[in-house]
Design a protein around this ligand. Structure first.
Ligand code: AMP
Ligand code: ZN
Length: 466
């Protein structure tokens, strides 16, 4: 497996610290609002990468944090006349609803920053003791110039960064590039007792601290959206490596933005679509397909047309699935013939090509093309004269290759059954209401779909008319 490492700016062969196991930390959302599909792209991308690594046999310890204390959280709590804790609880619950809706697998652990305050204080104290941090009026800053490799991720040295620093820098800082790792409490803000008074953690420190606590001092992969590379990830590296003296993460991965009219989708630009609203209109397979139809390091320009075309593509894939599902219940022969065994073996080349594409820095766009090639092949070679076994194996292969992408796991049969059950319930209600015209209309509608209704002592049953 090759991964593009943002730290070395190269595609590298992936070698885990412990063979067969992967420790992965992904920066998660600030939980002050519903997330939008821009955030969703990043979550879906790393969920897919995790699923693929699991498909390849790795055991993945996947940590994604919730930032539940920062300015945005505090402002939202004040706006809603409630506490930061309440806001966090609420939007974490909402996050799970939407992430589950998008078929994003639950992380191994979703730590909340506020649950690690004592560990964060210990981390900050350690940095002060080693001379990597200093306290001023209850704030604690990281002493950037003491950390030699600062700027390695962004590829700039301290002088470049200093000249880019804002003019109005805080005069209490020793150096304009120093950054806050702990903030003294201001009126109306929540705070925790610490050796420097009362305060709260800065944003970067939570990820350094929770990654160390949950995954160890050196982790395999650290990931997040492109906007996090600087300063967030650069600062994480500085804090972690200053404290432990060890390399923090071996591979850094950054997902490109979902844009709207070539601008990043974001809450502040008010050009966003929440995942929740997107899910009201589109199947999760469609949203995932859209996000994965381009390579994760290339920006994707979102539009409704793109969503509609993703919908059409997913329909084509499900048509093939539906076709195989029908064949499975209709074909007459059970076992594969010798020729069919040969044919099935030939389909393995698609699996190999798919793996090749995904092994190459998770090229989901090309992997999806392989899926379409596979479906084209199956559509023209598997039919009513095939065996049930071949139809089943072909269907299994489609689902197998869909599963790392988090798509194609649904059954089209289930939908039909649900539809029939709903119509039957509607007909029963019509009869209860003595609306026989409607009841008859529904019976005819079902008949047109090839469904016959049978009134039995146990209630209404249905069967397919041959
Ligand atoms: P936030 O809640 O803003 O901290 O963002 C959570 C995650 O979503 C981070 O990894 C961000 O980098 C990522 N993200 C935010 N906006 C976008 C976007 N428009 N496209 C892709 N990822 C994004
Ligand atoms: Zn982070």
């Amino acid at each position: 497996m090759k991964i593009y490492n943002s730290l070395t700016r190269k595609k590298e062969e992936f070698v885990p610290i412990v063979p067969g196991k992967i420790s992965m930390y992904v920066c998660g959302p600030t939980v002050y609002n519903y997330f939008h599909i821009g955030n969703g792209r990043t979550f879906i991308v790393f969920d897919t990468i995790r699923r693929y690594m699991e498909y390849r046999g790795y055991e993945v310890n996947f940590v994604q944090n919730f930032t539940d204390i920062d300015d945005k959280m505090i402002n939202k709590a004040n706006e809603e006349h409630t506490t930061v804790k309440e806001i966090g609880d609420k939007y974490i619950a909402e996050y799970y609803k939407d992430a589950d809706g998008l078929n994003i697998k639950r992380a191994t652990t979703n730590p909340r920053a506020t649950e690690y305050i004592s560990e964060i204080i210990e981390f900050v104290s350690g940095l002060i003791e080693k001379g990597y941090a200093y306290e001023v009026d209850g704030d604690v800053y990281f002493r950037t110039k003491k950390f030699e490799n600062y700027g390695q991720l962004i590829g700039q040295n301290l002088d470049d960064l200093r000249s880019g620093a804002r003019i109005n820098v805080d005069e209490r800082k020793e150096d304009p590039v120093d950054f806050a790792i702990w903030k003294a409490q201001k009126p109306g803000e929540p705070g925790w007792e610490c050796p420097w008074g009362v305060g709260r953690p800065g944003w970067h420190i939570e990820c350094s601290c929770m990654a160390k606590k949950l995954l160890g001092e050196t982790i395999d992969i650290h990931a997040g959206g492109m906007d996090l590379a600087f300063p967030h990830h650069e600062n994480e590296i500085a804090q972690s490596e200053a404290l432990t003296g060890k390399k923090f993460a071996n591979y850094w991965m950054h997902a490109a933005f979902l844009n709207v009219n070539n601008q990043k989708m974001s809450k502040s630009l008010n050009n966003f679509l929440t995942a929740r609203d997107a899910l009201k209109q589109y199947d999760p397979d469609v949203i995932r397909f859209l996000m994965l139809s381009g390579h994760y390091r290339i920006q994707l320009n979102f539009s409704n047309d793109l969503l509609e075309s993703a919908k059409a593509s997913v329909e084509r894939l499900y048509n093939a699935i539906g076709n195989l599902e029908s064949l499975i219940s209709e074909v007459k022969i059970n076992e594969m013939t010798e020729d069919e065994v040969k044919y099935l073996n030939s389909l393995d080349s698609y699996r190999q090509r798919y793996i090749e594409k995904m092994d190459d820095d998770f090229n989901t766009a090309d992997a999806i093309s392989v899926l379409f090639d596979l479906i084209r092949d199956i559509n023209s070679n598997v039919g009513i004269n095939s065996s049930k076994e071949l139809c089943e194996k072909a269907l299994e292969l489609i689902r197998e290759l869909g599963s790392p992408l988090g798509i194609l796991q649904k059954t089209t049969k289930g939908n039909l059954e649900e539809e029939i059950e709903a119509l039957i319930a509607e007909r029963q209600q019509a009869r209860k209401d003595r609306n026989f015209a409607l009841a008859d209309k529904i019976r005819d509608e079902l008949k047109a779909k090839g469904i016959e209704l049978l009134d039995t002592p146990q209630g209404v049953r249905w069967k397919k008319i041959d």
